[in-house]
Design a protein around this ligand. Sequence first.
Ligand SMILES: Cc1ncc(COP(=O)(O)O)c(C=O)c1O
Length: 381
Amino acid sequence: MIYLDNAATSFPKPESVYRSVDEAARWSGNPGRSGHALARRAEREIEATRVRVARFFNAPSPERVIFTLNATDALNMALKGFLQPGDHVVTSCLEHNSVSRPLAALAQRGVTFTKTGCDGEGKVDVEALAAAITPRTRLVVLTWASNVCGTVQPVPEVAEVCRRHRVKLLVDAAQAAGHVPIDVQATGVDMLACSGHKGLLGPPGTGLLLLGADVDVSPLREGGTGVASHLASQPDSYPQRLESGTPNTVGIAGLGAALDFLVQVGIERVFEHERQLIGALWEGLAAVPSVRDCGPSGPDGRVSLLSFNLEGWDPIEVATVLDQSFGICCRAGLHCAPWAHQALGTFPAGTVRFSVSYFNTLDDVEQAVQAVRALAAAGRR
Ligand SMILES: Cc1ncc(COP(=O)(O)O)c(C=O)c1O
């Protein structure tokens, strides 16, 4: 089997992640709730992972690292906990449903938003985005990299625009975290949401929300925090303000091991390896006349994914044949991002998406190209 669906969730995970999950399942008490050994151990592991996350992204402090279920959970927390009726948001046409649907829900509660466009290579127009900011705008929400075409967005420039207009910036780094180096403080990102189970190579059920030092987010849910239990309302201090109930100790322990792995390998090396794989994929597919690639017009300027269509084939059909006849796992359709397909001209059928990880090899991508070539030849018959 060749797994090229890492943008959905990464597979395999580093061996140390499997080990860590297995061990944690055997020792995990309820952190912060009791004083006994298992509870203390769970708390230690969770706080150690929080510190690792803060270091990995250069977040202002570990307390401002919030563990979530996934990127969707983190984005919902940020959008619904930060925005109030009357606020205006600027966003882009490249956003995933985990941004566009919460915004649609918030629009029912008096929040307005403007969706700005992108060029033919899937890059947002920074000037158009700046021009869409009004005196009511409190937030810009932008994906770091499109999950449809992979295009890396000009986040530092957008952050500069936000700083000039005194507007906060929320970045959806679901497709960037673990693939490209991210320094939230140097970039000027106020809130960053990402999955733990994609490029960060952690287990499913993990995600992160990183908050800037001067951002306040109201909780989506209130409940037990293990601290300040005498208070009638949710504590104001982070991370407890946003973390209620028993956490995913096992998943968080696995995420900690995954971050250690990424630090040990080095994010630059991960990036370079994935760039080489995507370069080979892009070149191989570009040589197939009936392949229509979307996104940047070359191998660069994208994260570790690539979307395409094969003339005469439905994308779902391509993915099904790749799976059943070639043992290649990929994803096809709208990738939960209908806005992006509308902007890129691939709506409503969508595209076929190949996405790689550090564990893929050049041989994997060569076999994928050969399979697409075989399908293209069959299509012409
Ligand atoms: C750009 C983008 N944002 C958000 C998400 C949601 O991620 P999760 O599945 O961790 O909720 C995805 C998932 O594919 C994504 O690609």
